[in-house]
Design a protein around this ligand. Structure first.
Ligand code: ADP
Length: 541
């Protein structure tokens, strides 16, 4: 049994930050012993994977003391987190149990296909005006917009006289730079099936003389109510040949995909400013910009707004589904006027570890997603069981709340998806949903205990935001300033703030809701108009 805040803090850090080299068995023992409340035998959480699950997810979860699900000897429902790269079948969303989490949300691919994204954003432009949604390059969806594109192409040609105009043609469904053509002469345009043709940003911000783009990680922990976290670290991907508009066929100069550039002749070479390889961390990039007196805070704020506006474009159309989260990879190009442009949003952004930069960013990213899950589960647990009581009462409280969960009233609905939450009495089906003795049913108990630990830890120590500015500065950019709260810990965490989302977990910072008005406008249905008004106010400041 631990006593003293310092010790509890250490334990939390230990649970959340187990070193890769350490002994797993020892760690698990520690996890059980030190996180254990009297009377509860805590067993490891269980994760489920398939052949598409990134290796880093599996290795991080094992480090943290989780067990891998074994279909042969475990009950089919005996897991807590199912993480895979492809989307789940509707039945898997429908049959989800309260102690389980899925790493995809139904309906989110409508943001991650290039043509669907373009449609969503065009719709938002029509509703809320061009100016607020002018962060994507002009885009035409082929073949339906072909005539419009041809008209625009010739109009621009006329306006520019002898100067060339540049376009990029991308397959709607492919990724990693596959099938892309950059052209200035319409006779070079070739497409079949679904493509988008987009204005080519021909004045990118160059580092050394190399083009780059940013990979920003965004985790939506819920669409109803909408809750968006942005990761403060990320990747900057470089082209490996110098930017050269006179040679549009050199993909090593124009495309920043690492899947392409790692095969380039200059990948291993030490390149001007960029150095070896083709990736930097986002923090290194921002510190580079600061050295050039760039207002990186302003740039990050613009990116926050862009992310919120993009997610808002699809949020009203996604079905209600509990216990799901979605990690998106936003690809953003900065031009030489420091304007960020959204290029695309990726579903299941690559988590492969190809270089040391990948290792440092993606391993921490997965750790922090798990922390986010803990906090997210905690919040709903708190909501359902009310304020948790002190010490020994916690476990029984968590057990009671687990039972209550089955009787919780359903949110307004997409009936099939929330089937599990709609039972008003403890029907046999509901009982089936709360197995008493499976290992995974203990998730909620563990979450409640960890909430306590985290809350105390938060009150005592600084949050871990290594690479960016101080957390306070960061948070003031986003969420914490004016969200409704009951109490506020010294770090800005909201220890007992009822329904208010936690404003950070690891390097994830809450960017939506960002104030009281957007909090209200996202609770009972999503009032997009109201939210956009709030964003506009913020952007005009
Ligand atoms: P993919 O899904 O194939 O990676 P992207 O839209 O991300 O497709 O484009 C691949 C790369 O092409 C980007 O990383 C960027 O370097 C470049 N690119 C894409 N669209 C544009 C654009 N409109 N202007 C300039 N460069 C672009």
């Amino acid at each position: 049994m631990m006593n003293g805040l310092q010790t509890l803090g250490d334990v939390t850090a230990e649970i959340f930050r187990l070193s890769p080299e350490g002994n797993t068995v020892q760690k698990r023992q520690r996890l059980r012993m030190e996180d254990e409340a009297p009377g509860a035998a805590l067993k490891p959480l269980v994760f489920r994977v398939d052949e598409s699950t990134p290796g880093v997810v599996q290795s991080v979860l094992l480090e943290r003391g989780w067990d891998k699900f074994d279909e042969q000897c475990q009950d089919v429902e005996d897991w807590n987190l199912y993480w895979r790269s492809s989307s789940f079948r509707m039945a898997e969303y429908v049959n989800i149990k309260p102690w389980q989490r899925l790493n995809h949300h139904p309906g989110t691919t409508s943001l991650t296909r290039k043509d669907c994204l373009a449609k969503h954003l065009a719709h938002m432009r029509r509703l809320y005006g061009e100016s607020i949604y002018e962060f994507t390059p002009l885009t035409f969806i082929m073949p339906s917009d072909y005539t419009k594109f041809v008209a625009k192409y010739f109009k621009e040609k006329q306006d520019l006289g002898t100067k060339p105009s540049y376009w990029i043609c991308k397959p709607a469904k492919l990724s990693q730079g596959r099938g892309i053509i950059i052209f200035s002469d319409i006779r070079d345009l070739m497409f079949k099936d679904a493509y988008v043709v987009q204005k080519y940003i021909c004045n990118p911000l160059l580092v050394g003389r190399y083009k780059c783009d940013l990979r920003i990680y965004v985790c939506v922990t819920g669409f109803k109510p909408l809750t968006i976290y942005m990761y403060q670290e990320g990747l900057v991907r470089f082209a490996t040949e110098k930017f050269d508009l006179s040679n549009l066929e050199d993909y090593y100069s124009h495309l920043t995909n690492s899947s392409i550039n790692k095969l380039g002749a200059s990948y291993e070479k030490i390149k001007e400013v960029v150095g070896q390889g083709c990736k930097w961390t986002l923090s290194r990039f921002f510190s580079y910009l600061r050295n050039w007196d760039v207002d990186d805070l302003l740039l990050r704020r613009k990116i926050n707004h862009m992310v919120i506006l993009t997610v808002l474009a699809m949020a009203p159309s996604v079905p209600v589904a509990n216990n799901c989260f979605e990690l998106f990879g936003f690809d953003i190009l900065i031009d030489d006027n420091l304007k960020p442009w959204l290029l695309e949003v990726n579903y299941s952004p690559a988590l492969s570890l190809e270089c040391s930069t990948d290792v440092s960013v993606k391993r921490s990213l997965v750790h922090d997603i798990i922390e986010l899950l803990y906090l997210n589960g905690l919040r709903s647990e708190e909501k359902k069981c009310g304020r948790t009581s002190q010490g020994n009462a916690m476990v029984s409280q968590a057990r009671r709340s687990q039972q209550k969960l089955c009787a919780a009233p359903a949110p307004p609905s997409y009936a099939s998806l929330i089937q599990f939450a709609t039972c008003s009495k403890r029907s046999p089906a509901a009982q089936h949903m709360c197995p008493k003795h499976t290992r995974t049913s203990q998730l909620r108990e563990m979450l409640c205990r960890q909430n306590k630990l985290l809350t105390r830890e938060a009150a005592k120590s600084k949050p871990r935001l290594k690479a960016w500015h101080s957390p306070r500065k960061m948070l003031s950019l986003c969420a914490s300033q004016s969200l409704p709260r009951k109490t506020k810990g010294p770090t800005g965490i909201l220890p007992e703030a009822g329904n208010t989302p936690n404003n950070h977990a690891g390097n994830f910072v809450l960017i939506f809701p960002f104030n009281k008005a957007t909090f209200s406008a996202s609770r009972n249905g999503l009032n997009v108009k109201r939210i956009i008004q709030e964003l506009q106010k913020l952007m005009n400041k």
